[in-house]
Design a protein around this ligand. Structure first.
Ligand SMILES: Cc1cc2nc3c(=O)[nH]c(=O)nc-3n(C[C@H](O)[C@H](O)[C@H](O)COP(=O)(O)OP(=O)(O)OC[C@H]3O[C@@H](n4cnc5c(N)ncnc54)[C@H](O)[C@@H]3O)c2cc1C
Length: 205
């Protein structure tokens, strides 16, 4: 059988790789970064049926995820909406999730090459799963951090002016705080300071 090349070892590339390996399709995956690594992501999973996870062989891998029963929406600290999920959401960091998926892919016989793929993405037998870089010249900026010592069990969405943040639990009693903000050249800082500055600028502190 002809080998499939997957470029990009995020959720799409790894899930595809695992799916192909379930049918013994030879598969090599290029990922430019080394696992585990952090990603800008809300790290909240919903709308994936148990059947899909089972079919991909991921049900056991994801069985220890935090269970997230409810979503709450706030505008400037005022709760405007609250709802139970039909089926509970899951919280897991991309640091853990991508590593677990990569390990599962390799355990099933897939091969990972930790290298940026530079050649033709249109060649036969190649699937490009390189995602979309938000922080490269676009109008929006995404920023994430993990917090400890905050007791949040649900998905909380907080809307501000030209931006919003989500908070939800992940493993090790950590909370993911992720914001998506309309870029503002007046907002400056690095790392978590930049996130705090953006929270300030959209009125969410
Ligand atoms: C602010 C924000 C919050 C989000 N919150 C959530 C959430 O709570 N829940 C949710 O389900 N989704 C969320 N998402 C969306 C989620 O992050 C994406 O849907 C998901 O990451 C897409 O997966 P992907 O595999 O297509 O891309 P990615 O996860 O971006 O993976 C692409 C991979 O390709 C690699 N790559 C790129 N170019 C090359 C190359 N040339 N050679 C080798 N490797 C390469 C990259 O290193 C990367 O690992 C959020 C997104 C943003 C921006």
């Amino acid at each position: 059988m002809k080998e499939i090349t997957i470029v990009g070892g995020g959720l799409a590339g790894l899930a595809l790789g695992i799916g192909l390996r379930n049918y013994n399709v030879p598969c090599v995956l290029y990922e430019k970064n080394k696992y585990p690594r952090h990603r800008v992501c809300g790290e909240f999973i919903s709308g994936v049926s148990k059947n899909t996870l089972k079919r991909l062989g991921l049900l056991e891998t994801l069985s220890d995820c935090c269970s997230v029963p409810r979503v709450k929406w706030f505008i400037k600290n005022r709760k405007i909406f609250e709802m139970d999920f039909d089926s509970k959401g899951m919280g897991i960091s991309r640091h853990s999730l991508d590593r677990m998926l990569a390990e599962l892919f390799v355990a099933k016989g897939g091969k990972i090459i930790n290298k940026r793929y530079e050649s033709d993405h249109n060649k036969e037998g190649l699937v490009s799963a390189v995602g979309k870089s938000l922080n490269n010249g676009g109008k929006w900026i995404g920023l994430s951090m993990h917090l400890k010592g905050t007791n949040i069990m649900d998905l909380e969405m907080h809307s501000g002016i030209h931006g919003y943040v989500g908070l939800s639990p992940v493993e090790d009693e950590k909370i993911n705080l992720t914001g998506l903000f309309f870029k503002n050249p007046k907002v400056r800082g690095r790392g978590k300071n930049l996130l705090f500055e953006y929270l300030n600028s959209v009125g969410l502190t």
